[in-house]
Design a protein around this ligand. Structure first.
Ligand SMILES: [Zn+2]
Length: 270
């Protein structure tokens, strides 16, 4: 998440053997709003309270505008049950409660929000094992723990078209329109973290999984899977359809090596 960490790939895996998810993540994004002149609003003027309110507005909107897999929905129950099962015991990070949901969408992605909301896309679940998914989730939780998600969100808030709605004087967060929330989503797509932050998120994810009784070798497995997918799709990280999921991230080979070495040193099962 990248937001959420940086979070988003809007491109879909073209061929789905299973029933295709229909919703297109981000369909409400109004691209015309992108690129409006930047209004000088200092990040420092946004209080933590305002930030929390904006994050809640955003994730509520995302949940309302993407089909959320539910245990009582025959078509999507398997995804919900699988995510529930693999995230069992992952209840909080640094005192922040975690909540997990699956979006039934064709885009291949996952993200975490500064408030502890983790969203995994069904099409990512289609192409990853439980352990591989845990690696992605661990990494995203690392961004939450290190406040990367919060900082990216704040930056997106102030650089997207909705900046005009962000009050620098009122103590209360503004109610955002669909267009503004879509614009925020677009801004989060292009958010990037430093390689140092990415490595730190990998390490946090490793330790988080280990400390919660999961196999931290999941981190390396996840990156290996991403690499394999990229290669299947032509090898170019510039055009890979899942590229955006880790587009700003350091070289996958280096990440795989670091995570494998840690797992080997700790004698983690293969
Ligand atoms: Zn990352």
């Amino acid at each position: 998440m990248k937001l959420i960490s940086k979070i988003f790939i809007l491109l879909a895996i073209a061929c789905c053997a299973t029933a295709p998810a229909q919703a297109q993540f981000g369909k409400l994004v109004n691209k015309k709003t992108i690129g409006a002149a930047t209004k000088a609003v200092q990040a420092a003027t946004l209080s933590d309270k305002q930030m929390s309110e904006y994050v809640k507005e955003y994730i509520d909107w995302m949940d309302a505008n993407n089909r959320v897999c539910k245990l009582d929905d025959p078509q999507t129950a398997a995804y919900a049950a699988r995510l529930d099962s693999l995230t069992a015991g992952l209840t909080s990070v640094e005192g922040l409660p975690l909540n997990f949901k699956v979006y039934y969408v064709i885009d291949v992605n996952a993200f975490a929000c500064a408030d502890g909301s983790v969203r995994v896309f069904s099409s990512l679940m289609d192409i990853m094992s439980d352990e591989e998914l845990l690696g992605v989730i661990g990494h995203e939780i690392g961004h939450v723990a290190h406040h990367d998600s919060k900082n990216a969100f704040k930056q997106a808030l102030l650089t997207s078209a909705l900046k005009d709605a962000v009050s620098a004087t009122s103590d209360k967060a503004a109610a955002l329109t669909d267009s503004q929330l879509g614009s925020l989503s677009e801004a989060l797509v292009s958010a990037t973290y430093s390689q140092k932050a990415e490595r730190a998120a990998d390490d946090y994810g490793y330790e988080f999984l280990r400390d919660h009784g999961k196999n931290p070798r999941s981190m390396a497995k996840s990156f290996m899977r991403l690499k394999a997918i990229q290669e299947e799709q032509g090898g170019s990280t510039k055009t890979s359809k899942i590229n955006q999921l880790f587009s700003s991230h350091p070289d996958l080979d280096a990440r795989i090596k670091r995570m494998q070495e840690r797992a080997d040193t700790d004698n983690c099962p293969e």
